[in-house]
Design a protein around this ligand. Structure first.
Ligand SMILES: [Fe+2]
Ligand SMILES: [Fe+2]
Length: 214
């Protein structure tokens, strides 16, 4: 089958479509069921409810960013194989996005109003990482996913014990992110320099500190 050639304008329109779906709509998900689906709703105090919605809003914003990073990289990554792998991972991030959003709705809360900002910033970072070449681009995925695993572990420890629904979602996300890191490492990702890792940690701190409230 001949490969379709897209003009830069086609590409731009496709990227805009993905961005709008991620931030405002329902992006395409995998066939996997929501891990929280069959679990009972927890009795939460007002304080616990605020804690859980804050944490889930941070996780949702994180998934918006992850999605944008992958799309930015897919735009500029050179090897088609790398591009394919990243698009698959991006679809799994959509599952995470949908599960977090659903959970926020169940708890009568909302996603971060700053999501368009997280998307735009992360898309630009992803596109730059893609330009740096495949081993760095994949190394960037490895490091991003590792940092997300650490952060999810912290959230799992902070969740109220009785909130099995949120726990099941974060647990599955943690497993997926670890898998994404391994895939990117096996595909040839390089270890990033420490200052880059630190900058990434700082950026995500800024986002998590803000998205908890808005
Ligand atoms: Fe994710
Ligand atoms: Fe991931």
């Amino acid at each position: 089958m001949p490969t379709r050639h897209y003009t830069p304008f086609d590409q731009l329109l496709m990227q805009m479509d993905k961005a709008v779906r991620t931030v405002f709509g329902a992006p395409p998900v995998t066939e996997r069921p929501n891990p929280a689906q069959a679990l009972p709703e927890a009795e939460l105090s007002a304080a616990d409810q605020r804690l859980v919605t804050g944490l889930m809003r941070v996780n949702h914003a994180g998934e918006v960013s992850a999605q944008a990073l992958y799309q930015g990289q897919a735009l500029t990554a050179r090897l088609s194989e790398v591009r394919g792998k990243m698009e698959r991972a991006a679809m799994e991030e959509n599952d995470h996005l949908a599960w977090c959003e659903r959970r926020l709705k169940e708890l009568d809360s909302h996603t971060s109003v700053l999501n368009p900002l997280w998307y735009g910033g992360s898309f630009a970072i992803g596109a730059v990482a893609g330009l740096a070449g495949d081993k760095w681009s994949l190394g960037f995925v490895v490091e991003t996913e590792r940092q997300v695993v650490t952060h999810l572990q912290e959230h799992l420890e902070r969740l109220p014990a009785q909130d099995h629904k949120s726990r099941a979602i974060l647990q599955q996300m943690k497993e997926d992110e670890a898998q994404h890191a391994t895939t990117a490492l096996n595909a040839g990702g390089s270890e990033l320099p420490e200052p880059v890792k630190q900058l990434m940690r700082l950026t995500s701190k800024l986002m998590t500190a803000t998205a908890y409230y808005v």
